[in-house]
Design a protein around this ligand. Structure first.
Ligand SMILES: NC(=O)c1ccc[n+]([C@@H]2O[C@H](COP(=O)([O-])OP(=O)(O)OC[C@H]3O[C@@H](n4cnc5c(N)ncnc54)[C@H](O)[C@@H]3O)[C@@H](O)[C@H]2O)c1
Length: 338
């Protein structure tokens, strides 16, 4: 029986719990929640609403789960086999390194960390202690994106000529102590929201040679970005913005133009337009957050690899690209990526 704990029990911690409880029932007797750690007892058991929808935990039976406010104490006392860390971003590095150094496998939310050096420290701790590590860049498990990646890699419609994406959100006012709106703690919209798409660019095309980004800090610091990525053979542009008004619906879209078709991913669907027909490929009927946690659990329980989809090293490159974009916004110059 593998025992696990969740550290950081806000929106994402609760979402992961729902998926883990489903896995507990699908893999009876193989894994069990032992403990949860949150910063304060009052907010821990509250339902939450986030831009991914409402997470309702009111029916969950917590009678065999212990609660902590200090994750180090949790790890010492409970000795879990693995943890899910959904802490605010500024705590990702210290919690992951601590858990790994205690021999615990770690799933840690995106962004991996706020600096490349911090990412290096997490990767080093996983290697040194021979523990599994996965970073929650969840789009890599989105059925629509996985299908698009397959189409890109197989050149089903020829080579990619152009890729453009956008991600618009109301200003996130729902985080614990408002940490998300402080760029020192979250990296701002560029590191928090936009990194989802940067990670896709990185996954599809590898690191660009350079980035040229612009952005503003009018409503909140580092609230948006518009960016051009330099590659030899494909045009790539994108944007993200969390300075939209509070009633603005969360809106995500990416468009890919191939030599022989044009594709759109929006609302979890992939639609392909050729000169003659419109195709909607059949997709795996599961949510990406369930699929990523399932993959992480299979890494630990079944020894499966998911290196083809995600590695900590590749995700670290996404942090590197975002940091170059931030530098470009600040210096108003193109920034080379090394
Ligand atoms: N992959 C995705 O789709 C996705 C979506 C949203 C957020 N995230 C990431 O998940 C992480 C958490 O985001 P969130 O929206 O759940 O934030 P949140 O503010 O809702 O939750 C953070 C939780 O951490 C707890 N916490 C703070 N300090 C703590 C400490 N020292 N010890 C224990 N608990 C502590 C708080 O009590 C709070 O409940 C962030 O890094 C964010 O970028 C990922």
């Amino acid at each position: 029986m593998y025992r696990y704990a969740i550290i950081g029990f806000g929106g994402l911690g609760k979402l992961h719990l729902i998926n883990l409880l489903r896995l507990e029932s699908e893999r009876k007797g193989e894994l069990k929640l032992c403990a949860i750690c949150g910063a304060d007892k009052e907010t821990v058991l509250r339902n939450v609403s986030l831009n991914l929808g409402t997470v309702d935990i009111s029916d969950v039976d917590f009678s065999e789960c212990n609660f902590y406010t200090d994750y180090k104490e949790l790890i010492e006392k409970e000795r879990p086999d693995f943890i899910l860390s959904a802490l605010p971003t500024y705590l990702h590095e210290e919690a992951a390194v601590y858990a790994l150094s205690k021999g615990v496998h770690v799933f840690s939310e995106k962004p991996m960390a706020l600096t490349v050096k911090s990412c290096d420290n997490i990767i080093e701790a996983a290697k040194k202690n021979d523990r599994k590590l996965m970073i929650g860049q969840s789009l890599r498990f989105s059925p629509a994106i996985l299908k698009l990646k397959e189409i890109v890699d197989n050149e089903t419609y020829g080579k990619v000529c152009r890729y453009d994406f956008s991600r618009f959100s109301q200003t996130p006012t729902w985080s614990w102590n408002n940490w998300i709106l402080n760029p020192e703690l979250s990296g701002g919209c560029v590191m928090d929201l936009h990194i989802h798409d940067v990670d896709m660019v990185n996954w599809f095309f590898g690191k660009p040679k350079a980035v040229h980004a612009i952005g503003t800090s009018r409503k909140v610091p580092l609230e948006n970005v518009i960016v051009r990525y330099d590659y030899d053979d494909v045009l790539v542009t994108g944007s993200a913005d969390w300075s939209m008004s509070q009633k603005f619906p969360f809106n995500v879209r990416c468009i890919m133009n191939f030599e022989r078709a044009s594709a759109v991913v929006a609302d979890g669907k992939l639609i392909i337009y050729t000169d003659d027909e419109v195709i909607e490929p059949e997709l795996v009927n599961e949510k990406m957050h369930y699929l990523e946690i399932k993959a992480f659990v299979e890494m630990i329980l079944d020894g499966k690899s998911c290196d083809e989809i995600t590695t900590p090293e590749s995700v670290r490159d996404s942090v590197r690209i975002v940091l170059a974009e931030v530098e470009s916004i600040k210096t108003k110059k193109e920034v080379l990526i090394v």
